[in-house]
Design a protein around this ligand. Structure first.
Ligand code: ADP
Ligand code: MG
Length: 348
């Protein structure tokens, strides 16, 4: 028996205010700093003596995501993750977000409900309040803009421009998997477009595809660093690849770096799939994007302390600027690291 035709409700049937009410129905407030959430001209937030951090991202269909292989629930989740990751990379705790959307008439109420299921799931996972947004129409394609707000004591905030010579360079998790997940999804999309009878062969690559479609931000890492009383000397999240993020830290801090290839954490599935795509596995870590792991530096005195923390890897050392930014390969050679991170403008 074939599936019944899915129900499709036009968004226009609710009207703008009906739609906002509908989307806000499941909204809950967790934080005492949220004094007024959705429902007035502006949200009201109480700083409670802390410094406020603000970060915004704009996601555009066809540029940042492809609805052919991105389930809307995952897209909603990921759009929150990408933003809270920026707040976390400042060593701050995210606590409020706003979500603005522009919808074409292609998007049904059912589709939007899925998107918001993902948004609310992420708000729950990262304990942030959805306090507002804007809803409008678009002639073509879906646009999502998320603004995340977080809080920190001034002394805890980690910038990109404060790495010092002799600091150890650390990364979390493993790198390159999200990029390979995207390559698999893109390959199957092209095959499907060439012959719609071809069923996608995702090769049982749940890990890689999961890392692309459902990334997580490393709130757990900044919490465990705080418990261990380690404050990174600089920090950034890895959204555009290790090479590009390392260059940001080095350029802004006016230092160089040495990364040891054999220390860079790669998942076994990443290693295998990189070879299938005829790529050097380290390239996926250096140039692949969207891992949402953290790259940070610590004072060498904290080396002992950090060894006891799960999922953090020391991959190199900050050097004087005159030594450049280098990769020591497993074969013992030295190569300069250049930024080859994903550049959205290449698409234009
Ligand atoms: P205004 O006309 O003053 O911009 P709106 O009617 O757009 O107000 O919004 C009413 C309330 O609903 C505001 O609190 C706004 O932040 C919130 N809101 C609007 N769109 C969204 C959305 N997509 N997600 C969450 N909150 C929203
Ligand atoms: Mg508005």
């Amino acid at each position: 028996m074939s599936d019944p035709t899915p129900i499709r409700t036009e968004i226009a049937s609710l009207g703008e205010f009906g739609l906002i009410d509908y989307l806000a129905k499941k909204n809950r407030t967790i934080h005492s700093s949220t004094l007024k959430s959705i429902g007035d001209d502006a949200a009201v937030i109480d700083p409670q003596g802390k410094k406020m951090l603000v970060s915004t991202d704009l996601l555009i269909e066809g540029i940042h995501f492809d609805l052919m292989y991105t389930p809307l629930k995952h897209l909603g989740y990921k759009s929150i993750v990408a933003n809270v990751s920026d707040i976390i990379a400042m060593n701050a705790i995210p606590s409020q977000v706003t979500v603005s959307i522009a919808l074409s008439n292609k998007v049904s109420l059912e589709a939007l409900t899925e998107l918001y299921e993902g948004i609310y799931a992420a708000c729950d996972a990262y304990q942030v309040d959805l306090v507002g947004g804007d809803t409008t129409s678009s002639q073509k394609g879906l646009l999502i803009s998320v603004t995340a707000i977080g809080w920190a004591d001034e002394d805890d905030i980690c910038y990109r421009n404060t790495a010092k010579v002799g600091d150890l360079i650390c990364v979390t998790g493993d790198l390159g998997a999200a990029f390979l997940g995207l390559q698999i999804l893109e390959r199957e999309k092209q095959l499907f477009l060439s012959d719609t009878k071809i069923q996608p062969d995702l090769e049982d690559q749940q890990y890689l595809i999961g890392r692309q479609l459902k990334p997580e931000a490393r709130l757990d890492i900044i919490q465990s660093l705080k418990r261990a009383k380690i404050k990174p000397s600089s920090m950034i999240d890895i959204s555009d690849g290790l090479a590009s993020e390392l260059l940001h830290i080095c350029t802004q801090s006016n230092v160089g770096a040495l990364i040891v290839e054999s220390q860079v954490p790669l998942h076994p599935d990443t290693q295998l799939m990189a070879l299938k795509f005829k790529l050097d596995p380290i390239t996926t870590a250096l140039s692949g994007g969207e891992d949402y792991e953290l790259l940070f530096t610590i004072h060498p005195d904290d080396h002992q302390l950090i060894q006891h923390l799960a999922d953090i890897y020391v991959i190199g050392e900050i050097k004087p600027a005159s030594e450049g930014i280098q990769l020591q390969t497993t074969g013992g050679n030295f190569h300069p690291i250049k930024a080859q991170g994903w550049n959205h403008f290449n698409n234009i």
